[in-house]
Design a protein around this ligand. Structure first.
Ligand SMILES: Nc1ncnc2c1ncn2[C@@H]1O[C@H](COP(=O)(O)OP(=O)(O)OP(=O)(O)O)[C@@H](O)[C@H]1O
Ligand SMILES: [Mg+2]
Length: 251
């Protein structure tokens, strides 16, 4: 469904991503791994419209996405989370999810919402759905708390649920387990499988190899901007090039 075709991204003299081609299969968990600085986040930035590739294609169900703006890519069905958590800190947990849902609605949503009965009903429906999404990740008891008051691991869950609120086809997760404790990681493992059951496809960047090897259906390995290997988890684990890249890197 989602594919990149020889995507290259240059920053001045640096080639951060070098002719990388990946395919994300529907209803599967595809992982993108590799040492620090390999170009994983940069490729995400390119898929999600933060950067335009210097060359190459990004395709969703055959439609070209390269060079489109972030909101257009979101409308096309792709959402993402960030390596550095990016929430509306002063807003409540529930409001953060509402913002995710509103990306599907048009501007002056807040102005117009409260005026008529029909719109009030719409507001109730939207709140109910946002609350259900919080229940889905086990955050409902924090619905009214400011996002900033959540633990680091729960902030990551909130980012995921805000992404899901826009009803994407695909969610890109950039290091969702970073900062999570062992229990939270185990819960994340289950959550990722639940997201697939919802019908949402996952592309995940993650350094936690236990999690990656457990959840991934297919893995791409980037190193210095280039695709070093691809394959099933057991193939990747035994690949000498991959082992060397990790031992040689600062990971
Ligand atoms: N906006 C930018 N301008 C210049 N260089 C950049 C920019 N963004 C990323 N880079 C460089 O591109 C390379 C790839 O960075 P990227 O953040 O994609 O790596 P990563 O694989 O996500 O690493 P990590 O695992 O540490 O998050 C790095 O050398 C980085 O310094
Ligand atoms: Mg990164």
């Amino acid at each position: 469904m989602l594919e990149t075709n020889k995507v290259t991204i240059r920053f001045g003299g640096l080639i951060a991503v070098n002719e990388v081609s990946i395919r994300v299969q529907p209803n599967k968990i595809t992982a993108l791994i590799g040492p620090n600085g390999a170009g994983k986040t940069t490729l995400f930035n390119c898929i999600s419209g933060v950067y335009k590739p210097t060359s190459g294609e990004v395709l969703l169900d055959g439609r070209h996405l390269e060079g489109r703006r972030g909101f257009q890519i979101n409308e096309a069905g792709i959402t993402r989370t960030y390596q550095v958590i990016n929430l509306f800190w002063k807003m409540s947990v529930l409001e953060n999810v509402l913002v995710g849902m509103n990306s599907r609605l048009k501007s002056n949503f807040w102005d117009s919402l409260f005026s008529t009965k029909k719109k009030r009903e719409e507001e109730q429906r939207i709140h109910k759905k946002a609350y259900e999404l919080l229940q889905f990740v086990g955050l409902e008891e924090y619905a009214d708390a400011p996002a900033a008051s959540l633990s680091y691991g729960k902030q990551r869950l909130l980012e995921i649920v805000r992404g899901l609120a826009s009803e994407p086809q695909i969610i890109l997760l950039d290091e969702p387990a970073a900062g999570m404790n062992t229990t939270e990681k185990a819960e994340l493992d289950i959550l990722l499988k639940k997201i697939i059951d919802m019908g949402v496809t996952i592309l995940i960047v993650e350094h936690d190899m236990k999690l990656i090897m457990n959840v991934s259906n297919y893995i791409y390995v980037l190193s210095n901007g280039k695709l070093l290997a691809e394959g099933l988890p057991n193939e990747i684990q035994q690949n000498p090039d991959v082992i060397a890249a990790y031992l040689g890197g600062d990971d």
